[in-house]
Design a protein around this ligand. Structure first.
Ligand code: NAD
Length: 253
């Protein structure tokens, strides 16, 4: 039980990687906050965890809206008085090279993926400073480490998350706060299933995604969640500013 009694906020936790992380934290003893733009998608998980006797708070929040993020952390503070772990996981995706990406597209993706992580960090850190401890895990991507063809704004947003991780790690170490990043490779989640459905030939698109990595398969949300929990745990208390690839070898090529 690595997270017994800890308060863990996971953004974008209603489904996919965030949901897997929320479940894993809760089952290791954490009091968990499902923070999502559409929390109702995670209702079954909330009920399941409560049946298991876990403490769960579900909060509707758009991470790109400052007032909503402030209200989220006010609510967590009044409920449990602290935040031990923040997982900046909420993210959205779109395809397009630079000529196919409008300014509105650019701003929409950056608002959620980058500004969202900044805002949640901005409002969680004062609580962590007051308690002189805390861990932030940013869910970036293999796309933040290399230029993946035809998804320029997503790549840039994930590169920015890695820079946010390193900057905050350096700034916050004095307060006992660690900041690390997980870079997943393509993982079987609703986000990826929706992207595949938009392809002319979804089965072929899936085969291409599998074959472009040495492991020759997609990842599972549970495998990414395990890396998030590892970086958040006291086992690696010396790790800050770490960028952990979990991508079936994609960026090792
Ligand atoms: N699935 C992959 O292959 C993959 C690979 C690398 C990185 N990632 C990253 O992992 C994270 C999770 O991805 P996923 O595949 O589980 O996605 P998903 O679409 O399956 O789930 C994302 C969740 O975030 C929520 N969300 C979206 N916008 C939000 C907002 N503005 N405010 C609050 N919640 C919001 C959604 O409602 C949803 O519940 C994202 O940051 C994504 O970029 C995913």
């Amino acid at each position: 039980m690595r997270f017994e009694g800890k308060v863990v906020v996971v953004t974008g936790a209603a489904e996919g990687i965030g949901q897997a992380a929320l479940l894993a934290f809760a089952r290791e003893g954490a009091r968990v906050v499902l923070a999502d733009r559409e929390p109702e998608k995670g209702q079954a998980i909330v009920e399941q965890l409560r049946r298991e006797g876990r403490e769960v708070l579900a909060v509707r929040v758009d991470v790109s809206v400052e007032d909503e993020v402030r209200a989220l952390f006010d609510q967590v503070k009044s409920q449990w008085g602290r935040v031990d772990v923040l997982v900046n996981n909420a993210g959205i995706y779109m395809q397009g090279d630079v000529t196919q990406t409008s300014l509105a597209d650019w701003e929409r993706i950056m608002a959620v993926n980058v500004t969202g992580a900044f805002l949640c960090t901005r409002y969680a850190v004062p609580l962590m400073i007051a308690q002189k401890s805390g861990v932030i895990v940013n869910v970036a991507s293999e796309a933040g480490l290399v230029g993946i063809k035809g998804q320029v704004v997503y790549n840039v947003s994930k590169g920015a998350m890695i820079a946010l991780t390193r900057s905050c790690a350096v700034d916050l170490a004095d307060y006992g706060i660690r900041v690390n990043s997980v870079c997943p490779g393509t993982t079987e989640t609703p986000l990826v299933r929706a992207a595949l459905q938009r392809a002319a030939d979804p089965a072929e698109a899936r085969r291409r995604l599998e074959q472009c990595r040495p492991a020759n398969r997609l990842g599972t949300p549970q495998e990414i969640a395990a890396a998030i929990l590892f970086l958040a745990s006291d086992e690696v208390a010396y790790a800050t500013g770490a960028i952990l690839s979990v991508d079936g070898g994609y960026t090792a090529q």
